[in-house]
Design a protein around this ligand. Structure first.
Ligand code: 4AD
Ligand code: MG
Length: 477
């Protein structure tokens, strides 16, 4: 018989029909009630076994984690909180699961424990919900851009450039580690490497996206990016996914509008298409919050937080204004910040970003016009000679979720800035050609996909929103 999905059966009223389901046992009670999950929904379906007429040897093999195929009659359930169940006619074990050795018990496990068995955590309700939301958000991103005529541009994963100029790259090489070929002056000779030059995993698809934007007008990338920054935090991954739109003829205000529209669109999409998952995650979060002291609990639940984000315009503030706010804040004056704000020019730490969002403005904030010295070489310089047309979007509980800018489209200014920042202009002739041949104002940004998933799911550790996290000293699988 054709396999029915549990998600569909739970909505069905076709009582009396014969159905077949396949899935994994969550619990087996009183030698009679099997709760089965097939991943199509968080909810299990109950299968009732007639244990008097079932072989004992078979009953023993119905253990938590075992894979089963069940054929039986769909009947109305008398049990509380469920509408349908299956009266089993035939139960077949597809794969046994030794209950003694299987690490997942029919109880709540901590996220820390589940991270230790990340290869099995897909089988829990929390990760079912998280990765369904992740999927919906990815789909929504493509839908948003497709509906607006953007072209999805695949940019290379292996590149020879450092888009952010921050030197946080993973080298890609086939040279022998212990004994690489050397030039006369002793340096590693990358001419003999696979690509005949130094290459690395991309930190951003932006520079290539700019090339395409200067022909297609509106493009976006959505792919894996890699950073060898040694920050072992709950917000950083060594491998993360980034969405990078790039639009010709846009200025910074257009760029902010686009980013705000995108964020609101995808959050709304998830709320409309993942109601069951978000309800589950909301309850999970409420339970977690109960462990905290009253004063540290969040006032809003997950859904209220998401709605709040949809209903409010993001606050748009310059870096200079933000520094004034932070300098005059109680947190700064009472030395509650780990890094005190003293002078204009310092980079903001996540504690400052979160202060602005959570304590001061109490809504998402777009900070603009940062000092040029703490931003990348490609950002458009302002008249003041000190700041650039940068924007960072800060979210509650997250900090920076988007980083972007209007790009420097004036060749001489860009070349001068690259020289100051020791960016090799000759190797980047292809990038500079966009400014040589029909240069035009343009702007774009990068949305960190996992930080978005963190926000929408209410999870707090970035390792829990990507199926296979890569962090320092951790590249399992
Ligand atoms: O601010 P970033 O470094 O900007 C860029 O890469 C630009 N090239 C984007 C552009 O203008 N096209 O990174 C953009 C976003 C950050 O705001 C953050 O959300 C995310 O990418 N991000 C990370 N997410 C997880 N782990 C990391 N190590 C991240 N580094 C950045
Ligand atoms: Mg940034």
């Amino acid at each position: 018989a054709k396999r029915a999905k549990i998600k569909e059966l739970l909505k069905s009223t076709a009582f009396g029909t014969e159905v077949t389901i396949k899935g994994w046992v969550r619990t087996f009670r009183n030698s009679q009630f099997i709760a089965i999950n097939d991943g199509s929904t968080i909810s299990n379906i109950q299968v009732v076994v007639d244990f008097n007429n079932t072989d004992d040897a078979l009953l023993k093999r119905i253990t938590t984690g075992a894979a089963l195929s069940v054929t039986g009659e769909l009947v109305e359930s008398l049990g509380k909180g469920q509408t349908v169940e299956i009266k089993a006619k035939q139960v077949e074990i597809l794969g046994d699961c030794d209950a003694e050795k299987f690490p997942l018990q029919p109880k709540k496990h901590s996220l820390e424990f589940l991270r230790e068995i990340a290869h099995l955590r897909f089988r829990t309700n929390t990760f079912n919900a998280v990765f369904k939301v992740r999927h919906a958000l990815a789909f929504a991103v493509h839908k948003f851009f497709n509906d607006r005529g953007f072209v999805y541009m695949h940019t290379p994963i292996i590149t020879g450039s450092d888009a952010e100029g921050a030197g946080e790259m993973f080298r890609v090489s086939t040279l022998e580690l212990g004994n690489p070929p050397r030039t006369d002056d002793g340096a590693i000779n990358f001419k003999e490497d696979f690509f005949g030059k130094e290459t690395n995993l991309t930190v951003s698809g932006q520079l290539e996206a700019e090339l395409a934007a200067m022909a297609f007008g509106e493009v976006y990338t959505f792919g894996p990016t890699f950073r060898a920054e040694n920050s072992n935090t709950t917000r950083h991954l060594a491998e993360f996914w980034m969405i990078e739109p790039e639009v010709a003829f846009n200025d910074l205000v257009d760029n902010m509008d686009l980013a705000e529209d995108l964020l609101k669109y995808v959050i709304k999409y998830a709320m409309e298409n993942c109601a069951e998952e978000l309800e589950f995650l909301k309850t999970r979060l409420l339970e977690e919050e109960k462990q905290k002291p009253q004063t540290e609990r969040s006032e809003l639940d997950l859904l209220a937080k998401l709605n709040f984000c949809l209903d409010n315009e993001f606050e748009r503030v310059t870096y200079t204004e933000a520094i004034e706010i932070l300098k005059n804040s109680k947190a700064n004056q009472k030395k509650q910040f780990k890094y005190l704000i003293e002078d204009w020019g310092a980079d903001l730490q996540s504690e400052h970003e979160r202060y602005l969002v959570e304590k001061h403005f109490k809504k998402p904030v777009i900070l603009t016009d940062y000092p040029k010295d703490i931003k990348a070489f490609y950002m458009r310089q302002n008249e003041d000679g000190k700041t650039v047309r940068a924007m960072d979007i800060l979210f509650p509980g997250i900090g920076e979720i988007v980083g972007g800018s209007q790009r420097e489209e004036r060749l001489e200014l860009l070349e001068k800035r690259m020289q100051e920042m020791h960016i090799p202009a000759e190797e980047m002739y292809w990038y500079l050609d966009t400014r040589r041949f029909g240069s035009a104002p343009h702007a774009g940004f990068g949305l960190g996909f996992e930080r978005l998933v963190l926000f929408v799911t209410g999870m707090t550790n970035i390792r829990d929103v990507i199926p296979f996290p890569r962090t320092p000293k951790n590249a399992e699988f």
